[in-house]
Design a protein around this ligand. Structure first.
Ligand SMILES: Cc1cc2nc3c(=O)[nH]c(=O)nc-3n(C[C@H](O)[C@H](O)[C@H](O)COP(=O)(O)OP(=O)(O)OC[C@H]3O[C@@H](n4cnc5c(N)ncnc54)[C@H](O)[C@@H]3O)c2cc1C
Length: 382
């Protein structure tokens, strides 16, 4: 069989590898001049620092099979994501934890005292059933922490007031009553020693896989293949005939520094009058390397235009209605399966992307073995 995969990101690479290992002939096209999709990493020409070109990526998972999978292709170095935030003229630790609370309120509370303080003196308990992001934050952390750490950042990130966003965006209690400042809870966390692109190049390194970069897919190419896996934008596959699914895009303003600019990988800026959301200093993502120079990105978020890179799907009521229409179109299309973050219009962490890609490859091979039709989606977008 001959399979065409659109996109040489994690979705395309992992599916392609599994199918090639099963004896299929796999062709992968990508419109970009590199593999790796949005996980792409490359050496900065000026400083030699390994840069996360499309924004910082930290690998974290509880999925042992996925962890074993990535470790088969790359050495992962221990890495803990420790994020700081500048707000109100001071620097704090994120996610909001006991250190943040004590520093912010000038107190020396122990865990139970801090919990009681937030619940009784800060949280707005008159809000019984929070509907919006703002109500959720006021209900669980109160006005002061909300305004310092959540309000401005969220407004900049999503381009609308937190009262217009659903409560579900904010996790149930976005505060820790201990000094744990590890951003993620997952069992397995780490950074690929030589970057994500090196790892993805190794995944793609199989005699059954041919990769064509700088190649834009159009639907007519599907006719030359038995099946297409498409990890590009779902609406793009249909030439946006029903309209465009809404995304936020990011602009990165690069600057260099001689030495250590901010002392950590990620510094958030919570205030609305600071136009960017965060600064990432990339050499801190590879603490085992030694670089005198430093390269940093100021990150700005805005509405995604037709020529921009789609980053975060918005998935509000209007977008979900349009998504439903595209899902119906996709269900009627033949010989194509939509995968990945763009193909299913969902935010997917890398571990979930890999899990879904492994499942899609397995599902495809099972369908073929059973002589059953291959579905348009192995992971439901809605
Ligand atoms: C800012 C940001 C930070 C993130 N940080 C993390 C993190 O810390 N940890 C984590 O686990 N996950 C993180 N993620 C998620 C991670 O980026 C995704 O899980 C991953 O990129 C999904 O891979 P994919 O292959 O589905 O999509 P992509 O990486 O987007 O790959 C799709 C590929 O398809 C190509 N393509 C699209 N249309 C066409 C076409 N018509 N013709 C040819 N090629 C086409 C694109 O060029 C692209 O290379 C982050 C995401 C963002 C946006």
């Amino acid at each position: 069989m001959s399979i065409l995969l659109v996109g040489a990101g994690l979705s395309g690479a992992v599916i392609g590898r599994r199918l090639a290992e099963a004896g299929e002939t796999v062709t992968i096209v990508d419109s970009r001049s590199h593999v790796g999709g949005n996980c792409h990493t490359e050496r900065d020409a000026e400083t030699g620092v390994l840069v996360h070109v499309y924004g910082p990526h930290i690998f974290h998972t509880d999925d042992a099979e996925v962890w074993d999978y990535v470790n088969a292709f790359e050495t992962f170095r221990p890495y803990r994501n420790r994020v700081k935030a500048t707000t109100g003229g001071a620097v704090y630790s994120l996610p909001v934890n006991l250190h943040t609370i004590n520093q912010f309120f000038g107190k020396t509370l122990r865990p139970d005292e801090a919990r009681a303080f937030i619940m009784t003196e800060q949280a707005d308990t008159t809000i019984e059933d929070p509907q919006t992001f703002e109500e959720q934050a006021l209900r669980f952390v109160g006005k002061d922490l909300y305004e310092a750490f959540f309000k401005g950042y969220t407004q900049k990130q999503w381009g609308c007031h937190p009262s217009e966003l659903p409560a579900s965006i904010l996790k149930r209690l976005p505060v820790r009553f201990n000094y744990d400042d590890n951003y993620f809870f997952h069992r397995f966390q780490g950074m690929p020693e030589h970057g994500y692109t090196a790892m993805i190049e190794r995944i793609l390194d199989h005699p059954g896989i041919a990769v064509h970069l700088d190649t834009v897919f159009d639907r007519s190419q599907g006719a030359d293949h038995d099946h297409v896996f498409y990890s590009g934008p779902l609406d793009g596959y249909f030439d946006y005939e029903l309209g465009r699914l809404g995304y936020r895009t990011l602009d990165f303003e690069r600057f260099t520094h001689d030495g250590d600019y901010q002392g950590c990988a990620v510094m958030n800026y919570g205030e609305e009058n600071v136009p960017f959301t965060r600064i990432t200093e990339h050499k801190h993502f590879a603490p085992w390397e030694d670089h005198r120079g430093s390269v940093c990105y100021r990150e700005f978020s805005r509405a995604c235009g037709a020529e921009d890179i789609p980053y975060y799907p918005i998935r509000q009521v209007a977008e979900k209605a349009l998504l439903g229409d595209y899902v119906r179109l996709a269900g009627a299309a033949e010989g194509v399966t939509f995968v990945g973050r763009l193909g299913t219009y969902r935010y997917l962490d890398m571990d979930v992307t890999i899990r879904e890609a492994l499942d899609a490859a397995r599902g495809f091979l099972d369908c073929r073995a059973a002589g059953a039709p291959v579905p348009a989606f192995f992971a439901a977008p809605l």
